[in-house]
Write a protein that binds this ligand. Structure first.
Ligand code: SF4
Length: 146
């Protein structure tokens, strides 16, 4: 517990320091704190944010109960489950520098391909994976270096 609190505090410190230097666009925007906001409505802002890496690190450590962080919501049991699935998919993709197909992600996570595609697209939207072959099925993805 102490270790996880320490990592949350460190991630928060890093995020605050980065935010002071860059003033991310979400500061003061109600859509990032309003529970009615769908992450997809503001994800385009996060995808271009210069401190997205720090924001994502904090969100993954702290699982904030409200608001949009790094293009996603993190609070509640369901969100934790989704976050865990995203982490699992990111880990699978990162294991192969040549890229991993949607079919392989679906097989390893025991999902159907449509669900696996949604998971991978979320990783792409939040900057955790990059499409390396879009023109040929099955699509292949590789992890982005953080
Ligand atoms: S990634 Fe999104 S939520 Fe995080 S600091 Fe940047 S704009 Fe704000």
């Amino acid at each position: 517990m102490t270790d996880s609190l320490t990592s949350i505090a460190e991630a928060e410190r890093a995020l605050r320091a980065a935010a002071v230097k860059t003033s991310p666009r979400c500061l003061g925007m109600a859509s990032f704190t309003d529970d009615a906001t769908k992450p997809s409505e503001v994800a385009h802002i996060c995808s271009r944010c210069p401190i997205k890496v720090e924001c994502l690190a904090y969100a993954r450590a702290a699982r904030p109960a409200a608001g949009v962080w790094a293009g996603a919501t993190w609070g509640g049991r369901e969100s934790s489950h989704v976050a865990q699935r995203l982490d699992d998919a990111a880990r699978i993709i990162a294991q192969d520098p040549e890229g991993v197909s949607i079919t392989e992600v679906a097989r390893r996570l025991d999902l159907h391909e449509g669900a696996a595609r949604t998971v991978v697209q979320t990783l792409v939207r939040t900057g955790r994976a990059t499409v390396v072959k879009r023109h040929r099925a099955p699509w292949t993805y590789r992890a982005v270096a953080a």
